[in-house]
Design a protein around this ligand. Structure first.
Ligand code: MN
Length: 195
């Protein structure tokens, strides 16, 4: 997938999102980022660096550190590498709302026989990606498993390891109360109460 779909969906005169004119040259360990995005619905965007771009999934319920949770992750268009640092307000158009960075770090594909890019490519093709995440919130092994029943549908699942939890996990509880999205949500709910 090229960045064509990313470009056609957006008007960069209106949107502060990165135009992504060039592919990033891979250097060092590949990165991941999770952005919390208040658009028409609040969701999380999970992105993995791959071949100079970010493979991207929208995760409606957010990631979980509990292996019992199978979180639906809808594959969306590739995003430019620079998107990893994007946070702010998209005033109008596609994805209009607020984006904040929920977690970021590095990842390692878990197929030691292959280079990271080749290993992820193989996993994406086979519909079974296994990675080790090194973030602040997301740590340890995760799997992304493609659904046969739903186009672009994948499941994001924590593997059992020393970082896994067995209590219910709600990513919302790991978001600062005063984050830009939470402040906007509080403002709109107090406005509703007053009117
Ligand atoms: Mn999004």
């Amino acid at each position: 997938m090229s960045l064509k779909s990313y470009h056609t969906k957006r008007n960069f005169k209106e949107s502060p999102e990165p135009p992504g004119k060039h592919l990033h040259k891979n250097q060092g360990p590949p990165i991941f980022v999770v952005q919390r995005h208040k658009a028409s619905h609040l969701h999380y965007d999970f992105r993995l660096e791959h071949n100079g771009k970010l493979k991207s999934w929208a995760v409606p319920k957010g990631p979980s550190m509990n292996p019992a949770d199978k979180r639906l992750a809808m594959m969306v268009e590739d995003h430019p590498y620079e998107y990893k640092d994007f946070k702010g307000v998209i005033p109008s158009g596609y994805g209009a709302g607020i984006v904040e960075i929920w977690d970021k770090g590095y990842y390692m594909p878990l197929d030691e026989d292959l280079q990271p890019a080749k290993s992820l490519a193989a996993g994406l093709k086979n519909g079974h990606v296994k990675i080790l995440l090194k973030g602040k919130k997301l740590k340890g092994i995760f799997a992304l498993i493609e659904l046969k029943s739903q186009e672009n549908g994948w499941l994001l699942i924590k593997d059992s390891d020393e970082y896994a939890v067995d209590k219910p996990y709600n990513s919302e509880e790991y978001t600062p109360k005063n984050s830009p999205i939470n402040k906007a949500l509080q403002k709109s709910s107090s406005t509703k109460k007053r009117s």
